[in-house]
Design a protein around this ligand. Structure first.
Ligand code: MOS
Length: 701
């Protein structure tokens, strides 16, 4: 139900169900893998069964005799692609997507062939019958804390190394010192809707219907890979069943384009759930070391945070766990560094709050340990270490509402009644404890374009190449547009997910809705002004286009972040080691909240993922085969309903002063700090520190 239907009420800030919600629950919303096309052929990816080596032969001839089989693409016959370009946001292309270009196998689950057939079933049967012979080479997939060949690498959002002050001298002069190692495992984001793409050539244009986080991104990469005029590539992606960082350019789109080109007919490639585990990217495991030195009052003199992660031999991607320390706390000696090591594993990628999610587990656990050592309440310890300016940048904060989050969170959670001593509270066989942690995530904006049209029938159409990956972005943009136009939301329709709508930010970095809302507001406000001066709307409507490039570039240089305070209460069964989260509360300062209904879902979704990260998620790689054990949702455990108790999220008022709507972005901060709050609560319950995730029953006591 729509709660805002009059033009006099501001839509932004009111709860609004998803504009496409009815289509989604009735099945009218079509996803990329189910949109019908005439003459559609189906491709099935064949993945390597060895971890390192070369493809010696692909037994294509035998499967080409099978019913319905149209083609077998492999390194010997597939169209060539070009990898020598700079892609979206300055990123180098991921060579992982350049499928069938050579005979090398760099990891288990590497695509070695695509079998195309008339039906999906025929393609699958032939793919499973395809005999691929390999020449195997020894591999190394074992990630540990000791990798002399590891090297520093800048991350997507910052330098590899930062440093100021004499760390050893400040540690030596500190009254209290903490030196601890933390580790997090390989983790996977499996979207509810697996990756799927259909490619076809239509009148000289390449059309791709796909599930992704930015159609302009995919169109640009495909144009580069296949050396096409960018104007001749169109990618559409209206409904997306989750992305979490995994839905960029991937093997399935590239393979579908190759097959559509070879066969001159539409070809669809859908990843299976198991294939996601090697083709969709994942979060690297990390080992992190945090050294803290403080005076007797808990004020930091020294802070060092180092993070080692793992990438593949074909693509450099770094999980920048040490970045979060560059924002949260300052110290006279302050050093952070991110290193990576290359092993024979699939390429990792962005996974919700890349860097911040594992980094905050280490840093916020360490702060809790320091609070214990100092005999200071963990919230008070953080209050004493609030920085005046960005600890590394030296820039002023646009807003810094972390203390407000802790105050409000402590009040609502009942923190004041907490006895800080561990292992004291009991409920039958359960030991009870509470914990807290800070969260922060960058709040940026990127240039986007939008078009707003006043239609002759009195309605308005907004076109923007946004991606709603389940966040509710399309609904948020509807509210934003309605306010800027000064009309009720039911007179506004927002169309998204089409690269022909022009350049726009991807759904990523928690910057999507904020960047798109800026462009939508700009176009809609100008349209409103133009309509006020005109007398009547011609049959073709009146359209105004916006481009926020100049406005975004003119943003003041400040530290822009969202913040949050996470609270958790856990119960630990001391005989079985079972940990149950009993309740969680997150209070966030994350800019103006456009739609409280979907915003709450974003926050609590991240917090629930934090439960999953703290207690369940762990992809285990077999060092002998180089592959994962149980690469599916039976073997890879995630929090399910029974694991999720009362989870509440709320926010303090924190409009961004540099944004026309006041938005900061809320996509990723919900998971940041959540696992640390739970781990800190487990310590409070039991007196045992957990520095390795997940906190499995066999590790608890
Ligand atoms: Mo996000 S990991 O930028 O989709």
């Amino acid at each position: 139900m729509t709660t805002t239907t009059t033009g006099t009420t501001k839509a932004v800030g009111t709860a609004h169900t998803r504009v496409e919600g009815r289509d989604k629950v009735t099945g009218a919303a079509r996803y990329a893998g189910e949109i019908p096309f005439a003459e559609l052929a189906h491709g099935w990816l064949v993945l390597s069964t060895v971890t390192r080596g070369r493809v010696r032969s692909v037994g294509a001839a035998a499967v080409l005799e099978m019913p319905g089989v149209l083609a077998v693409l492999h390194h010997g016959n597939a169209p060539r692609v070009d990898l020598d370009y700079v892609g979206v946001l300055g990123m180098r292309p991921d060579p992982t997507v350049a499928v069938f270009q050579h005979d090398r196998v760099p990891h288990a689950g590497w695509p070695v062939a695509l079998v195309v057939a008339e039906t999906s079933e025929q393609a699958r049967e032939a793919a499973e019958a395809l005999v691929v012979r390999y020449e195997e080479e020894p591999h190394d997939v074992t990630f540990s804390g000791e990798h002399p060949e590891a090297y520093t690498l800048p991350g997507p959002a910052g330098p590899a190394v930062t440093g100021k002050g004499d760390l050893e001298a400040e540690l030596a002069a500190s009254a209290v010192v903490l030196d601890a190692e933390y580790s997090t495992p390989e983790e996977h984001h499996n979207s509810m809707e697996p990756h799927a793409a259909t490619a076809l050539w239509d009148g000289g244009r390449l059309e791709v219907v796909d599930s992704n986080q930015g159609t302009g991104w995919i169109a640009g990469e495909l144009a580069n890979l296949f050396s096409l005029d960018p104007a001749s590539v169109r990618v559409r992606s209206e409904h997306v069943g989750g992305g979490f960082g995994s839905k960029g350019v991937r093997a399935h789109q590239v393979a579908a384009v190759m097959a559509a080109t070879v066969l001159s007919r539409p070809v669809r490639v859908v990843m299976t759930r198991r294939q996601l585990f090697s083709l969709a990217g994942h979060r690297s495991p990390t080992t992190q070391r945090v050294r803290l030195g403080a005076d007797a009052e808990g004020r930091l003199r020294a802070l060092e945070h180092t993070c080692l992660s793992r990438t593949s031999t074909v693509h450099e991607f770094i999980e920048s766990g040490a970045g979060v320390a560059r924002v949260l706390y300052d110290a006279p000696a302050h050093h952070t560094s991110n290193r990576v090591v290359r092993l024979d594993v699939p390429s990792p990628t962005f996974m919700r709050a890349p860097g911040e999610a594992p980094g905050s587990f280490a840093l916020e656990s360490a702060l809790d340990e320091l609070a214990e050592k100092c005999g200071i309440d963990p919230i008070e310890l953080r209050a004493r270490n609030e920085p005046e300016v960005g600890p590394v940048s030296g820039l002023p904060f646009s807003t810094r509402s972390l203390p407000a989050c802790f105050r409000e969170g402590a009040r609502r959670f009942g923190w004041a009644d907490r006895d800080p001593r561990p292992g004291l509270r009991r409920d039958g066989r359960w030991l009870l404890g509470t914990g807290t942690a800070a969260a922060s995530f960058g709040a940026g904006a990127m240039a986007s374009t939008a078009a707003a049209t006043a239609e002759a029938d009195g309605t308005f159409t907004v076109r923007i190449n946004a991606a709603d990956i389940g966040t509710g972005a399309r609904t948020a943009l509807t509210l934003v547009a309605a306010d800027a136009l000064g009309v009720p939301t039911d007179r506004v329709r927002v169309r998204i997910g089409d690269s022909d709508f022009g350049p726009a930010m991807i759904a990523g970095g928690s910057m999507g809705t904020r960047s798109w809302a800026w462009a939508v507001t700009t176009a809609a406000e100008e349209l409103r002004e133009r309509l006020a001066l005109s007398d009547g709307i011609p049959p073709e409507g009146v359209t105004v286009r916006s481009d926020t490039t100049a406005a975004v570039e003119a943003l003041a240089q400040t530290e822009r972040h969202s913040y949050g305070a996470q609270f958790a209460e856990v119960a630990v069964d001391v005989t079985t080691g079972e940990v149950r989260v009993r309740r969680m509360l997150g209070i966030f300062a994350a800019g103006r909240i456009v739609n409280p209904l979907t915003a709450r879902g974003q926050f609590t979704g991240g917090m629930i993922w934090g439960i999953s990260m703290a207690l369940h998620e762990e992809a285990v790689r077999d060092r002998n085969t180089g592959a994962l054990y149980g690469a599916d949702l039976a073997g890879y455990h995630v929090a399910t309903n029974a694991d999720v108790p009362l989870v509440e999220a709320d926010w303090v008022d924190d409009p961004d002063p540099g944004d026309p709507v006041g938005i900061k972005g809320i996509g990723e901060i919900g998971i940041v700090g959540a696992a640390a709050a739970i781990a800190n609560a487990v310590w409070h319950a039991t007196g045992v520190r957990h520095r390795s995730l997940p906190i499995r029953p066999d590790r608890v006591l």
